[in-house]
Design a protein around this ligand. Structure first.
Ligand code: CA
Ligand code: CA
Length: 144
């Protein structure tokens, strides 16, 4: 867990936990959640996260309801970014509360717990505003 190489940051079982949390969350919602980890963000973390968001094709969801958890290891920074469809539905303090919860766990060294907690919280909110439909498909891969 001390590695700042994005490939080794999470071991196989930790990755599985994160992917399972995403799958679980997406079972309740049409929203799409992704986790992306980099070694270092060049420049502003939020700006980099926005670029990654677009690069990953996350603006291509039907309801514009993708959420990106972006972690930059060497900067010890992270960002949680939602697409426009979500922004119309949630209050600004929703993102703060997710960030606070994650930051608290990160500070205690519980990185996987923090990510999983963020995903769960986000999934619950997405389910409220974007319930899963019968014809739902996995629009974005769940892998990290
Ligand atoms: Ca979906
Ligand atoms: Ca997905």
């Amino acid at each position: 867990m001390t590695s700042t190489n994005p490939k080794n940051f999470l071991d196989e079982s930790e990755k599985q936990r994160v992917v399972a949390a995403i799958r679980e969350a997406e079972r309740q919602t049409s929203g799409e959640i992704r986790v992306h980890i980099v070694e270092r963000a060049e420049g502003d973390t939020l700006e980099t996260a926005k670029t990654v968001f677009e690069k990953l094709g996350m603006t291509a969801t039907r309801e514009r309801n993708g959420v990106l958890f972006f972690l930059s290891l060497k900067d010890h920074r992270f960002a949680v970014l939602g697409d426009s469809g979500i922004h119309e539905k949630v209050q600004g303090d929703f993102w703060d509360s997710i960030r606070d919860e994650m930051a608290g766990r990160f500070q205690g060294g519980q990185f996987v717990d923090g990510i999983v907690a963020g995903i769960r919280k986000c999934g619950e909110k997405l389910a409220e505003h974007f319930p899963r439909r019968d014809d739902d498909i996995d629009e974005l891969p769940n892998e990290i």
